[in-house]
Design a protein around this ligand. Structure first.
Ligand code: NAD
Length: 247
């Protein structure tokens, strides 16, 4: 579905990002995965090489909120591959502290990675996509972007902002033939929820009609559809992939 396309996936070293990288590779895409450190990038690349040594994948670790580093990274990718068809803004951090324990620094950290990084990466790739006359930008939102959550308000605040960026940029960039969509995952079995005690997982699962958490591949497949030409008239959407979780 993505034969000969070139994609960048932020937060591609594990969880939803890693599954998205693998799914895109399995569908003929060339992928540059972004991680936060060389060590995690190398580990992810080694894992992919074990799965399939023919995968067309490489890794980088620019600071996602640093405009100069991001511009340079995207210029390097464009120089090597000639284009960037797809950007998946997936890197993110969660927060669950109640507001009295949530410091200004905590709040800022969530907003920096979950919102400002999307702005910086999207701004840089938009220049390239406008020049090439097409492109697809995909964001990782969350089901909490619809309902909020009872603790850790910086996280839902950041994901409401992701939806705002998605809907607004879809309207702004549509005339340039750039589609912008988001996937809003429910509770997905990744490191982000791995710290939860068993009884909490069971309580969460009991609110999901399927009685189980989602898997990273469930989200990767939604990204695959939205990245592909099958979604050529889909833009400005926040696609819930949450098993109809009742929060
Ligand atoms: P994860 O913790 O497994 O992965 C997070 C990714 O973000 C990692 O690849 C990590 O390298 C990257 N990252 C973290 N801090 C970074 C930094 N400072 N700089 C660069 N990269 C950084 O979690 P996940 O569940 O795979 O999360 C991926 C996305 O999905 C996030 O945006 C998250 O908010 C969203 N999400 C997850 C769930 C869930 O239940 N797991 C639900 C809704 C939304």
């Amino acid at each position: 579905m993505l034969k000969d396309k070139v994609a960048v996936v932020t937060g591609g070293t594990r969880g939803i990002g890693f599954a998205t990288v693998q799914t895109f590779l399995d569908n003929g895409c060339k992928v540059v995965l972004f991680g936060s450190r060389q060590e995690s990038v190398d580990k992810a690349l080694a894992k992919l090489d074990e799965i399939n040594p023919d995968y067309a994948v490489e890794g980088m670790y620019p600071k996602l909120t640093d405009e100069a580093e991001i511009k340079e990274a995207f210029a390097t990718i464009k120089e090597k591959y000639g284009k960037i068809d797809i950007l998946v803004n997936n890197a993110g951090v969660a927060e669950d502290k109640p507001i009295e324990n949530l410091s200004v620094e905590d709040f800022q950290r969530t907003i920096d990675l979950n919102v400002n990084a999307i702005y910086v990466c999207t701004k840089a790739v938009t220049e390239i996509m406008k020049d090439q006359g097409e492109g697809v930008i995909l964001n990782t939102s969350s089901m909490v972007s619809l309902y909020g959550q009872a603790s850790g308000c910086s996280y839902p605040a950041s994901k409401f902002a992701v939806n705002g960026l998605t809907k607004s940029l879809a309207r702004e960039l549509g005339p340039a033939n750039i589609r912008v969509n988001a996937v809003a995952p429910g509770v997905i079995a990744t490191d982000m929820v791995a710290y939860l005690p068993e009884e909490v997982v069971e309580r969460i699962a009991s609110t999901i009609p399927f009685k189980r958490m989602g898997q990273p591949e469930d989200i990767a497949n939604a990204f695959l559809f939205l990245a592909s030409d099958m979604a050529s008239y889909v833009t400005g959407e926040i696609l819930s992939v949450d098993g109809a979780t009742m929060t």
